[in-house]
Write a protein that binds this ligand. Structure first.
Ligand code: C2E
Ligand code: CA
Ligand code: CA
Ligand code: CA
Length: 279
């Protein structure tokens, strides 16, 4: 019997067992993380054509007691599967509103827009508008400085509902950006119906924009489409001066990427923004 078991075991990929173990740990660890406040928001600056800061995107990190700082790619997909994204997402909204309130007392920060990300599941929950409204109230944060980043999947799941929720929140002054734009497929017809303010061009189109004429054409087409529909455009993943200059040459004057700053703690963001202001 022992031999049979051993023979059977040979069909298992040990890495697969490892990933099952890891996953089990993660799921219960995530509960601990939620209860013990192990999440942090880091902020990545967004700038205009002159390089002047206009906003920042909040990006979640998990301060794990053993693993250190864990990136969202390693736990957001699992949290979406298990539903833990709901309490995590609620925490994000509250932390973002608290930060936005803090910026109001700093002359360098108070004009910045704060963007945050949400998952489809979160957006579909009936309480979502109330969670946002309550967070704004609780922290006395200005709604017109808040921007929500959605992906096309959020809108495809239940477009009518999504549009209704967006309209409600827009009445408060909140704005919406369509994240990872170009990676899904939205028809013009469909985009036209969405109460959006901004398209965020996915970094995969920016990466090779200076060497791949196909990517450049796509970005040009997005610029043309956005201007017809009255949406702003921001390019994400801008890493080089060359990319920035090329984007400017085709009329794109809003950028986010390592060229301007990596995601950093709120304190570090304040420091670099002060340095930019002095320069
Ligand atoms: P995203 O919303 O598309 O965020 C942009 C990602 O690109 C971030 O990764 C950012 O650090 C990275 N990035 C920014 N500039 C550059 C650049 O110049 N070059 C390169 N190579 N990368 C750049 P991050 O922070 O690891 O986040 C990954 C994803 O996790 C996000 O993608 C978003 O989908 C998700 N996420 C982050 N925070 C939250 C959150 O609070 N809630 C939800 N639901 N999802 C989140
Ligand atoms: Ca985003
Ligand atoms: Ca993105
Ligand atoms: Ca993405």
């Amino acid at each position: 019997a022992k031999n049979t078991a051993r023979n059977t075991m040979q069909f298992f990929d040990p890495r697969m067992q490892e990933s099952i173990n890891r996953r089990a740990t993660d799921e219960s660890d995530l509960y601990t993380a939620i209860e013990n406040g192990q999440f942090e928001l880091h902020y990545q600056i967004q700038v205009d054509g002159d390089g002047t800061p206009t906003g920042a995107e909040a990006l979640i990190r998990w301060r794990h007691p053993e693993r250190g700082l864990v990136s969202p790619a390693e736990f957001i997909p699992l949290a979406e599967e298990t539903g833990q994204i709901l309490p995590i997402g609620r925490w994000v909204i509250n932390a973002a509103c608290a930060q936005l309130r803090l910026w109001q007392s700093d002359p360098l920060m108070r004009h910045l827009t704060l963007s945050f990300n949400i998952s489809s599941r979160q957006f579909q929950q009936p309480e979502f508008p109330r969670i946002v409204r309550r967070a704004l109230q609780r922290h006395a944060a200005p709604a017109d400085h808040l921007k929500i980043e959605l992906t096309e999947s959020v809108l495809l799941d239940n477009a009518e509902h999504a549009i209704a929720v967006m309209q409600q929140l827009r009445e408060l002054g909140i704005r919406f950006s369509l994240d990872d734009f170009g990676t899904g497929y939205s028809s013009l017809q469909y985009l036209k119906r969405l109460p959006l303010d901004q398209l965020k061009i996915d970094q995969s189109f920016i990466h090779d924009i200076s060497t791949d004429s196909g990517d450049l054409s796509i970005v040009q087409a997005i610029m043309a489409m956005a201007s017809k529909l009255g949406f702003e455009v921001i390019a994400e993943g801008v890493e080089t001066h060359e990319q920035r200059e090329l984007l400017a040459s085709i009329g794109c004057f809003a950028y986010q990427g390592y060229l301007f700053g990596r995601p950093v703690s709120a304190t570090a963001l304040l420091g670099t923004t002060e340095a930019v202001a002095r320069a």
